[in-house]
Design a protein around this ligand. Structure first.
Ligand code: URC
Length: 315
């Protein structure tokens, strides 16, 4: 008989659970040129017969959290995501019925909504045209901003927005870049392009004697042009898309002389489902939050001066 050398402790294990939190899964369903998005943040918490792992470190009853993550991505491929509820029920049932020590599964899901971006001549185009069918704006997110400066003589008005999240589920490539000994990135000929737009635009109105721009209409139209340029640009880089967004505003809005954007490249990585015998045909993505590429530039009306600060957080 072995004697436990540790003194008895007046300690008991209380409620416990474990699992992988915040699995960011994006499922694209391609119905011809029309794409549908489900974008979820899935947290798995399992509990059951887990005394041993806490007391002795025996992992005999422990399904790894890494496996719970893989299950989320594999189920997204195999069964699709009809609704967050259906997906969560399916996952919970799987964990509880497939592993004897697991008695309870709690699946928490946040779902991010996406709306289609209306393109420039939507409505006049025959149905079936592909524009607008793969371009989305995340619902209920952005904040409109303005800064007014007056020194007793001249006015400067810089307006803009932040946290406007947009995605193209196709029509984006990235290849032909410089490669050095540290480059591992694979060239992409069909990738997701997503960003969270922070933009500022400076009005050329500076004197209250002149007529003021129609501020409300100006904001709505500028936002519309920005979104349409994002949706309609076949992108070879986020830099190119940024320039198109700025140029389109300068082209259409005579009251604006300068636009600056700060665009984080919200990377979406294809999940490798081969280990589970599944083919990922550009359907299941891992939405990474960091690190992210950060693409920033100013677009100006020719002959105008750049006055918007480089760092938009200083505005
Ligand atoms: O649109 C992009 N621009 C880049 O400069 C870049 N760099 C990178 O790794 N991916 C991308 N994507």
């Amino acid at each position: 008989m072995t004697v436990d050398p540790r003194p008895a402790r007046p300690v008991v294990l209380g409620q416990n659970q474990y699992g992988k939190a915040e699995n960011r899964v994006v499922r694209i369903t391609r119905d011809g040129a029309t794409h549908h998005i489900k974008d979820l943040n899935v947290s798995v918490a399992l509990s059951g017969d887990m005394d041993d792992v806490h007391h002795s470190g025996s992992n005999a009853n422990v399904l790894p959290t890494d496996t719970t993550k893989n299950t989320v991505y594999a189920f997204a491929k195999e069964y699709g995501i009809e609704s967050a509820e259906q997906f969560g029920i399916h996952l919970a049932r799987h964990f509880v019925t497939s592993q004897e020590p697991i008695r309870t599964a709690r699946i928490r899901i946040e779902e991010y909504g996406w709306e289609r971006i209306a393109t420039s001549d939507a409505g006049s185009r025959p149905t079936g045209a592909d524009e607008g069918r793969h371009s989305f704006v995340r619902t209920g997110q952005e904040t409109r901003l303005t800064q007014i400066t007056y020194d007793g003589a001249a006015w400067e008005v810089v307006s803009g927005l932040k946290d406007l999240v947009v995605m193209n589920s196709t029509n984006s490539e990235f290849w032909g870049y410089v490669k050095d000994k540290y480059t591992t990135l694979q060239e992409a000929h069909d990738r997701i392009l997503a960003t969270q737009v922070a933009g500022r635009w400076r009005f050329n109105w500076s004197d209250d004697e002149q007529q003021m721009p129609p501020w409300e209409e100006s904001y709505e139209q500028t936002r519309k042009h920005l979104l349409q340029a994002f949706a309609e640009t076949y992108s070879l880089s986020l830099q190119q898309t940024l320039y198109q967004m700025g140029a389109r505003i300068i082209d259409h809005r005579g009251e604006i002389d300068e636009v600056r954007f700060s665009l984080p490249n919200k990377h979406h990585f294809l999940v490798d489902l081969e280990p589970f015998g599944l083919k990922n045909d550009n359907e299941v993505y891992y939405a990474a939050d960091r690190p992210y590429g950060l693409i920033e530039a100013t677009v100006l009306r020719e002959g105008c001066e750049a006055r918007i600060p480089v760092d938009l957080t200083n505005l």
